[in-house]
Design a protein around this ligand. Structure first.
Ligand SMILES: NC(=O)C1=CN([C@@H]2O[C@H](COP(=O)(O)OP(=O)(O)OC[C@H]3O[C@@H](n4cnc5c(N)ncnc54)[C@H](OP(=O)(O)O)[C@@H]3O)[C@@H](O)[C@H]2O)C=CC1
Ligand SMILES: CC(=O)N[C@@H](CCC(=O)OP(=O)(O)O)C(=O)O
Length: 336
């Protein structure tokens, strides 16, 4: 059995992690943590997330300064916390030899200068940043196997890269025309702390962080080509749909594209590529899959990618990485 701790367990991502790890046959959840002064400290997770009633009755504990009693009991920790909190906590666990799965953006990009510009804080753990492994399992399996710090990709960054990587890898697109990505997320992408402007009743559909969203440098760093990425917020609770437009190199035909996606994903159980038609949110909600469809017309391709932002965009992707890291079947506890 692998003993795990979940920090930020009362959040949207933390609750999904708790659910899938609770039902994982090889996992023992040692504790669920929230912040020291959390209004939920001492409550059962089933009081905060009622869907767990009579199923998961673990208590949310306040994180303490001296975590030795916990550190001695655990093999792995999932940090489902804001990037500033993860930036502080991850090194504490790493120095004790614990395997860290960080769901935040704190360790995703090896270039520390990005953090000042896009995350507005100075990165203080550059040596860990250099050692961190990007947890996109379909493309980084080998490195995840030996990693101590695994940075789970951002929700948009996951969808976009899974959609683009096959045609970038096989050099099918003309990069003189930068890929244009429009993606829409539900409001759970913001987390539990809703403000008036992010309240589902106030949201209709709008783009935000145009040219400044922090997933843009993340995508560029791990995809290796520039992109134009525009996120949108929609008035639904969960799910991401990304529409990606690229120009193909002269002479590239539909069969080349089909082959590229087939080679990339035919043995990847959590990616579903469509032979015809395009995916919608409905087919991925509450499921750990990423669905990909595309249409080619002359020299252009439009790729449509969908995922559940809290699952393949966060919690179940982290558990997929955990399974790989601890040598369990990749989809253990994720699909039957
Ligand atoms: N939501 C999404 O779609 C995605 C989110 N992510 C990332 O995952 C992480 C979690 O996101 P999400 O679940 O949405 O956020 P939430 O705001 O819903 O949850 C945050 C959790 O962290 C806890 N917390 C806050 N401060 C501390 C602290 N100092 N120590 C311990 N726990 C603390 C909160 O509880 P309390 O405040 O009561 O202490 C809560 O349990 C973030 O880094 C986010 O960027 C990544 C991909 C997708
Ligand atoms: C709808 C919404 O607001 N989504 C979040 C992204 C969620 C995510 O993946 O955040 P991290 O990269 O911080 O982990 C945002 O745009 O900031």
């Amino acid at each position: 059995m692998i003993n795990v701790l979940i920090v930020g367990a009362s959040g949207y991502v933390g609750a999904e992690l708790t659910k899938y790890l609770f039902f994982h046959k090889k996992v023992n959840i040692v504790a669920l943590f929230v912040s020291k002064n959390s209004q939920d400290a001492g409550k059962k997770i089933s009081d905060v997330h009622k869907q767990f009633k009579n199923i998961i009755e673990l208590t949310l504990q306040p994180i303490c300064d001296n975590m030795l009693h916990i550190i001695n009991k655990i093999d792995a920790v999932f940090l489902a916390t804001d990037h500033i909190v993860s930036h502080t906590l991850a090194p504490i666990f790493l120095l004790k030899g614990i395997i860290v799965f960080d769901l935040s953006g704190a360790f995703r990009i090896n270039n520390h200068n990005i953090y000042k510009k896009y995350y507005h804080f100075e990165h203080k753990h550059i040596s860990w940043l250099q050692k961190s492994v990007y947890g996109l399992p379909e493309w980084n399996n080998r490195h995840i196997r030996g990693a101590q710090l695994i940075a789970i990709p951002g929700c948009y960054a996951t969808a976009v890269q899974l959609g683009l990587k096959p045609i970038v890898k096989y050099k099918l697109i003309d990069t003189k025309q930068i890929p244009i990505i429009n993606a829409t997320s539900g409001v759970s992408g913001i987390g539990r702390k809703s403000t008036l402007t992010t309240n589902v009743c106030e949201v209709s559909l709008h783009p935000y962080n145009i040219f400044t969203h922090r997933h843009q440098p993340e995508i560029v760093a791990h995809l290796g080509i520039p992109v134009i990425f525009t996120p949108h917020l929609g008035n639904f609770s969960r799910g991401i749909l990304a529409t990606i437009t690229c120009q193909l190199k002269l002479g590239i035909v539909l069969q080349d594209i089909t082959n590229a996606y087939y080679i990339a994903y035919n043995n990847k159980p959590l990616i579903r590529t469509y032979k015809s038609g395009i995916p919608s949110l409905k087919s991925v909600l509450n499921l750990p899959f990423c669905d990909i469809g595309f249409v080619v017309k002359k020299q252009h391709i439009i790729i449509v990618v969908t995922e559940d932002n809290l699952l393949k965009g966060a919690a179940t992707q982290a558990i997929q990485c955990f399974n790989i890291r601890f040598n369990f079947p990749e989809t253990q506890s994720l699909i039957k």
